[in-house]
Design a protein around this ligand. Structure first.
Ligand code: LMR
Length: 326
């Protein structure tokens, strides 16, 4: 009898769990950064909110540190349905739209307030849907922050970068930006940057304080120039097929949870841009160089021709709208 009862209990558990997993929607969220970053915190918050509010209906599984896919593969994976959510940097969409390249233009935004203002403007919001015909929907932006340049030698003026190899994200605008100062840009996945720097296969890279800190780039780069020359923000992306196929009530709950998670991620971004910078300085492993306004003006002037070069691809109006947010 006891045996029979436990067999019944077991099959009930199995049935329940099979029943649950049949109905439960799984959202795999793949990203490339560490968990203690704006994106890492945002993704985990989203997972936790969904667990609280949609238990048994939706489950979010987060895969950080490029465990599942690097950013060069994740958009394809979304279209194939292998992953449902990702938040690649805005520099990584050129296969699907040229418009988002606007965010890479050097010295376009004076600060993160301008980036935020542009993202919330009609032009900025319009970009969320710029890849719908390709099957991708942008659900919102997420901040990381302004980029700094790190290198094996002090970079104060553009001539200092001449002949140096810099890792860049897969963006033609970023390639042109480094070519404009006589440097050699190399498009490489984020997951390879530390080793490339450590083995001196490259001389430098550009990134935000939180990425430089969390991936320990500062331990293998003796100098970081505080250039604030461009923004590194993210687009939260999903497939149109998946998103439009969700029941409306679930989609609304997910949107709400995403907005709350983004609010947290943006708060973390502001904090990290100050605290991780300070932690790097305190470590004594890398010298942070503050540039004078005259030095910054030289970088700006050297890189400004990149705007004209990409004007046709991005659109003059879009560039003007972004510049107007300063
Ligand atoms: C990079 O590749 O440097 C960044 O896009 C990584 C990230 O997601 O912040």
């Amino acid at each position: 009898m006891k045996k029979l009862l436990s067999a019944v209990a077991l099959s009930a558990v199995m049935l329940t769990s099979t029943g649950l997993s049949a109905k439960e929607i799984i959202i795999k969220f793949s990203h490339v950064v560490a968990e203690n970053t704006p994106k890492g915190q945002m993704a985990n918050k989203f997972r936790d909110l969904v667990a609280e509010r949609l238990a048994g209906k939706v489950k979010v599984e987060v895969f950080p540190n490029a465990q599942l896919f690097g950013d060069n593969k994740v958009l394809e994976a979304i279209l194939l349905g292998d992953v449902q959510l990702a938040a690649p940097s805005l520099s990584k969409f050129k296969k699907y739209t040229k418009k988002l390249q606007v965010f890479d233009l050097p010295f376009l935004f004076n600060n993160m307030d301008a980036v935020e203002k542009f993202q919330n403007s009609p032009a900025g919001k319009g970009l969320l849907r710029s890849m719908e015909s390709k099957g991708l929907i942008g659900l919102g932006y997420l901040h990381n922050g302004l980029k700094q340049m790190s290198a094996s030698k002090p970079l104060r003026v553009p001539a200092d970068a001449n002949g140096l190899k810099f890792r860049i994200m897969s963006s033609d605008v970023l390639a042109a930006q480094f070519q404009a100062v006589g440097a050699l840009p190399l498009k490489k996945p984020f997951s390879e940057v530390f080793t490339l720097l450590q083995t001196k296969a490259i001389d430098g890279q550009e990134n935000t304080w939180s990425n430089i800190y969390s991936k320990k780039f500062f331990e293998v780069q003796p100098y970081i120039s505080e250039t604030n020359h461009g923004a590194l923000d993210y687009l939260i992306i999903t497939s149109a097929e998946f998103w439009n196929g969700l029941p409306a009530d679930i989609r609304a709950e997910l949107e709400k949870a995403l907005n709350e998670a983004v609010a947290l991620g943006n708060k973390v971004a502001i904090e990290k841009s100050v605290k991780d910078r300070q932690k790097i300085i305190d470590s004594g492993r890398s010298t942070v160089l503050t540039l004078t306004p005259e030095e910054i003006a030289k970088w700006r002037a050297a890189m400004k021709p990149v705007w004209t070069k990409f004007e046709d691809q991005i659109g003059k109006d879009l560039i003007a709208a972004a510049a107007a947010s300063n």
